[in-house]
Design a protein around this ligand. Structure first.
Ligand SMILES: *Cc1c(COP(=O)(O)O)cnc(C)c1O
Length: 388
């Protein structure tokens, strides 16, 4: 129950152990086509350029910036956590100029601040931000931010590594131009792949670049020779065949559950976990309305040793929760409810384990109330999708 990798569906692990076939085998090519179609569903897009990259989420980030930026381009980055900082690194390494819009860590990105920046930086061509900041547990309003960027003729790059499969995300309806995700968070798949999707406008920009993409491996013009829709597929790199079996299986499971139900499941278990944590007296870092269901950042109670508590959870309960990052280190815990890990038994186990370890540490928490608070949520009907 950390910030990823999340628990992998047993069916996904089983799929991964099937015999490895050639990455140009006709059977494998049809599997690739199915993956593309199912990724379009997961992203809610008709974008033809919707594929999994053969590398983790960070490569998806790098791919978006490397393909869309040319030397001297100005990019506005809205930062409210660790991953926004990595976007800046990427922009600068691609020869671009990063214009930073800083929001408070633990708060959603402020659309007014973005608009101010768009007004004074008419040379900006792209707006980039993280939809679900895993470092702080914040969900930003991607729909509003993308609409704003578009009204200033900017393309958008959205990090959906933690949101895909866990939070509402409509790539086409919201008009996102480039989006990247990861397999190891809410998709319940193994780490190491990065689904990406590019709009027609983004594809046009990539096709008409004046200079070559500086990364050979992530150059979409080359990758499309392998993943493209035409019948002939050319070798670019050896595809991670078994990882793609895993992704195929994970996407089948997602499709069967349905995106809407997956989003509702994350919200439901988040409510139960939150009720239990708050009953104990723990405080969330993020204000209500901006919280991620799949990543619960809570303040460490006074007098509790961060490392000792996480070690006890791991040793006594085989339960992993995440530590705080950078400015939030030793101040918060990050409790993940991602994908297959997002289940009632995990919520109850986590609350019971926390209560036990807190008690042994004489932590100032309320005892004997967390589980009943969570059970109270479970005894009520699930929220409908309208409440998400
Ligand atoms: C996990 C994560 C990444 C990086 O993904 P990796 O698979 O670890 O490379 C990027 N952005 C966000 C928001 C993440 O949570």
């Amino acid at each position: 129950m950390g910030p990823g990798p999340s628990d992998v569906e047993p069916r996904v692990l089983a799929a991964m152990s099937r015999p490895t076939i050639g990455h140009l085998d006709p059977l494998f090519i049809s599997l690739m086509d199915e993956i593309k179609t199912m990724l379009q569903y997961a992203f809610q897009t008709k974008n033809t350029l919707t594929i999994p990259l053969s590398a983790p989420g960070s490569a998806g980030m790098e791919c978006c910036f490397a393909n869309l930026i040319e030397t001297g381009d100005h990019i506005i980055i809205c930062q409210n956590g660790v991953f926004g900082g990595r976007m800046k690194e990427n922009v600068e390494r691609c020869g671009g100029v990063a214009i930073m819009v800083q929001s408070t860590w633990g708060r959603a990105i402020d659309a007014n601040q973005l608009e101010e920046s768009l007004k004074v930086n008419p040379q900006a061509k792209i707006v980039a931000f993280v939809h679900a900041e895993t470092s702080t547990g914040v969900l930003s309003d991607a729909k509003t931010l993308v609409a704003l960027a578009k009204s200033y003729d900017c393309l958008t790059i959205v990090d959906a590594v933690t949101s895909l499969g866990g939070s509402k995300l409509y790539v086409d309806a919201w008009g996102i131009d480039a989006v990247y995700a990861g397999t190891q968070k809410c998709l319940s798949c193994t780490p190491g792949l990065s689904p990406v999707s590019f709009s027609e406008a983004a594809q046009q920009k990539i096709k008409h670049r004046k200079t070559k993409v500086q990364s050979w491996f992530l150059d979409l013009n080359l990758i499309m020779a392998y993943w493209g829709s035409e019948n002939k597929r050319a070798y670019h790199h050896t595809a991670p065949v078994n990882s793609l079996y895993a992704l195929h299986e994970a996407l089948l499971i997602l499709q069967k559950e349905s995106l809407e139900k997956a989003w509702a499941r994350h919200a439901h278990h988040h409510h139960a976990l939150r009720s239990g944590l708050e009953a104990m007296g723990l405080n969330f870092v993020v204000p209500e309305g901006e919280r991620l269901a799949q990543l619960n950042a809570v303040c460490i109670p006074k007098g509790v040793d961060d490392n000792a508590l996480r070690q006890a959870l791991l040793q006594d309960y085989s339960l992993e929760i995440g530590a705080g990052l950078e400015s939030m280190a030793a101040k918060v815990w990050r409790i993940g409810l991602m994908g297959y890990a997002c289940r009632q038994e995990n919520v109850l186990k986590c609350l019971a384990a926390l209560e036990d370890v807190f008690s042994r540490m004489n932590a100032p928490i309320d005892r004997g109330v967390a589980l009943s608070a969570a059970h109270k949520v479970y005894s009520q009907p699930r929220m409908s999708n309208h409440d998400l």
